[in-house]
Design a protein around this ligand. Structure first.
Ligand code: NAP
Length: 283
């Protein structure tokens, strides 16, 4: 039986997911499997979903603008999807669509960090998240606090948006909301700094969200922006002697998690990080 997978959203023509999942299908030895793009504008969700039903799709990813509205069309949700009010992976379980899982990439992000820095996340670890957006920071915050770390603080331009994330962490890990200015002053407290804003993304590659003058050398600076691969803040982290973690690794491990939900197979994808980097660099 051919595995049928796909992505719904708009715009998605530049998505790297077909490339990533074609690699996974090969790795899993599922010859003839497919991962197709199902593009539709915001009003076309019912039509897009009808296509998926007709194609008897085994599973699909969901991106903007459907992450929230797709909830109304699913048969079941996992607890993360219910709490976060968004879905990015749907599994066809004997004809019923179940949504949730790696919502907004948080768990994929944590997998990518552990792959590169296996002992970084523990009860003594202090994390600073820069940004509080619904697209990525929310899922990353939730996945990190569930690791029961020493603290996970959030700095954001709009403090109220950061405060909205705090209820997700209250049962797990202490957190505080900071201005970027305070975060810059206190930088030496943190073992991991996760940059989740769009600042530094192409074409504005010279922008950097905070200055790293107070950073420690053993701190890991992680930027989820992956275009460019080497963002300004990562360059600066290197200049300060800190360790770095690239955004495309999150993309890959988010895919690994979805593929696992669809097929039950947890693939070793570590060797694909460099291949994905080459692809992004256009090599
Ligand atoms: P989003 O929900 O729109 O969040 C944007 C965040 O950036 C907010 O915290 C916003 O602050 C902040 N921000 C934007 N412009 C700013 C500026 N000029 N100064 C200060 N703060 C600013 O976006 P998103 O969907 O989370 O995506 C953010 C980035 O993550 C994008 O570059 C995206 O490509 C990348 N991403 C990567 C992956 C991956 O797999 N590696 C996955 C998802 C997203 P306010 O709250 O104050 O507006």
């Amino acid at each position: 039986m051919t595995l049928k997978l796909g992505l719904i959203g708009h715009p998605i023509s530049h998505s790297l997911s077909p490339w990533i999942h074609a690699k996974f299908i090969d790795l899993a030895g599922l010859n003839g499997g497919e991962y197709k793009l199902y593009e539709g504008n915001p009003n076309q969700l019912p039509d897009v979903l009808t296509q998926l039903k007709q194609n008897k799709i085994d599973g699909f990813n969901v991106t903007i603008p459907y992450k929230q509205v797709v909830l109304d069309y699913l048969d079941e949700l996992d607890s993360d999807a219910e709490i976060l009010g968004a879905v990015n992976t749907v599994v066809n379980q004997h004809g019923k669509w179940k949504g949730g899982y790696s919502t907004d990439g948080g768990e994929g992000y944590v997998r990518s960090i552990i792959e590169s820095f296996p002992s970084l996340l523990n009860k003594d670890t202090s994390v600073l998240i820069l940004g509080a957006g619904g697209g990525a920071a929310r899922g990353i915050y939730r996945a990190l606090v569930q690791k029961r770390l020493k603290r996970v603080d959030i700095a954001n331009r709009t403090l109220d948006k950061a405060k909205e994330l705090l209820p997700l962490g209250k049962d797990f890990t202490p957190s505080e909301v900071l201005t970027f200015h305070t975060a810059e002053k206190n930088l030496s407290q943190y073992d991991l700094i996760v940059q989740t804003t769009s600042v530094g993304m192409k074409p504005k590659v010279q922008e950097q969200i905070i200055q790293l003058d107070n950073i420690r050398k053993d701190t890991v600076v992680s930027d989820i922006v992956y275009q460019p691969i080497m963002t300004k803040i990562l360059q600066d982290a290197k200049v300060h002697g800190a360790r770095i973690h690239h955004g495309h690794a999150m993309l890959l491990y988010q895919g690994q998690l979805a593929f696992e939900k669809w097929t039950g197979k947890k693939l070793d994808v570590s060797h694909l990080v460099d291949e994905l980097e080459d692809k992004l660099r256009g090599e």
